[in-house]
Design a protein. Structure first.
Length: 142
């Protein structure tokens, strides 16, 4: 389905760019129409690139998922190792907090709504990571 959406976005980009060329070749003076088509074309380009990145991320995640899960399942830490895990997780909490802040600021600065919403979504996802890491810290501090 992701590959199909890339194809559709690509067709849409080509169609919008073609429409702009036709308008110009025909000498049509519809500045407002051309503005709207340009805006939609640019946002469609953004969609296409995001979907391509989504496909790459999805494929890479599938490759890594089983490897990561296997390592986690085999993890049976000693008391000393638990202390190290807690330290590492707390260090990572600081990184997660910074990522939340950066994505929120980015969302405020981005011009295109789709990118702004993506940045906001990433901030919410980082907040979820923060909650999960906090839960793990509590688990290993026992």
């Amino acid at each position: 389905m992701i590959r199909k959406s890339i194809e559709i976005e690509e067709n849409a980009v080509n169609s919008y760019l073609h429409a702009i060329r036709i308008l110009r070749l025909q000498g049509v003076e519809m500045v407002d129409l051309e503005k709207v088509i340009k805006k939609v074309a640019i946002e469609t380009l953004i969609h296409r690139e995001l979907v391509k990145a989504l496909l790459r991320a999805y494929e890479e995640s599938l490759k890594k998922e089983s490897e990561v899960m296997k390592e986690i399942e085999e993890l049976k830490p000693s008391a000393r190792e638990k202390m190290i895990i807690v330290k590492l997780l707390k260090d990572h909490l600081a990184i997660e907090s910074e990522m939340i802040s950066i994505y929120r600021k980015l969302a405020q600065e981005l011009q295109y709504p789709v990118l702004r919403e993506l940045a906001e979504s990433l901030a919410r996802n980082e907040e979820e990571h923060h909650r999960v890491l906090t839960s793990l810290i509590e688990k290993y501090e026992k």
